[in-house]
Structures are given as C-alpha cells and as structure tokens.
Design a protein around this ligand. Structure first.
Ligand SMILES: [Fe+2]
Ligand SMILES: [Fe+2]
Length: 158
C-alpha cells in the first residue's frame, strides 16, 4: 500500500491540467454515487441478491478509494458537488429498493451503462500515465461485470 501512493507531477500545460482535474473529479463523483446506490439498495433479507449488492458496494468503495487517492496524489481535492452525488446515490438506491428487485436491478444496469460510457470517454480524452490507465481500465471492466451480473439476475426474475 505504502509504495502504491505517489506524489504525481501535474501536467505543465494548463489545458491538460484542467482536463485531468475535471476527469478525476468526475470519476470520484460517479463512484461516490455508485457506492451509495448499492448501499441503499440492500435490504435486511438474507438473500443472494443482497449478498451480490454487498459485493457490488464493496467493489464501488474500492473504485472510490482509487480515485480519491489519485485526486490527492495530484494535489487536487474532491469536487464541490460530491455531497450532491452522494445524495443522488442515496435517492436512486432508496427509491429503487422501495420499488422492488426489478427496479433495483434496472437502476444498476442503467447507472453502470452510463459509467462504462463515461469511462470510455475519459480514457480517450486524457493522457493518462500507464499505471493510472491500467487502474481505470480495471475499474471499467468491473463495471462491465456489474452490468452482466444484474442482467443475469433480471433474466431470472422475469
Ligand atoms: Fe465503480
Ligand atoms: Fe459498478
């Protein structure tokens, strides 16, 4: 862990610096929202679905950790809208939980599909260092995994 954290040199070009900051804040906001969606979708019932939601929440928390660390390594801070994304995550999670398992799974699929697209965009627009790019690609693959898991489970309910 200790050696995984590095102080990173910011790009000298102001335009690149701005793009980098915006991208990291966007990732951080998205992962904050995702972690909270799953957190508030979990019910008390000892079901396989809840177990999978806990797995997904845990996974999103690692993504959140990845980007929070990255932000501070570059000398940035989480975005000012972060609490709003936390609230959005709560709202999507809570409302879908009330609506039932299908809504829970559909919300997951919807949000993760948006995330994967956003990841693809940001992977293209920013000139990432090798280590960060690998991290982002790994997180993006995790989101793809979430989509297939929720699709599978939705298929079993229908
Ligand atoms: Fe994520
Ligand atoms: Fe995800």
């Amino acid at each position: 862990m200790d050696k995984d954290v590095r102080l990173r040199t910011r790009p000298a070009d102001p335009a690149k610096l701005k793009t980098l900051k915006k991208a990291l804040i966007a990732f951080h906001n998205l992962e904050t929202m995702a972690a909270n969606i799953y957190r508030f979708q979990i019910t008390k019932e000892p079901s396989e679905m809840n177990r999978q939601l806990i797995v997904a929440m845990c996974n999103e928390i690692t993504h959140l950790q990845d980007f929070q660390v990255k932000l501070y390594e570059y000398g940035f801070r989480p975005g000012i809208l972060c609490p709003a994304y936390r609230f959005l995550g709560f709202a999507f999670g809570f409302v879908s939980r009330i609506l039932g398992p299908k809504a829970v799974l559909k919300t997951g699929i919807w949000v993760e599909t948006k995330a994967v697209k956003h990841y693809a965009e940001l992977l293209e627009t920013v000139d990432w260092d090798e280590q960060t790019r690998r991290m982002i690609e790994k997180d993006q693959a995790d989101e793809d995994g979430h989509i297939s898991r929720w699709r599978n489970m939705l298929g079993q309910i229908r």
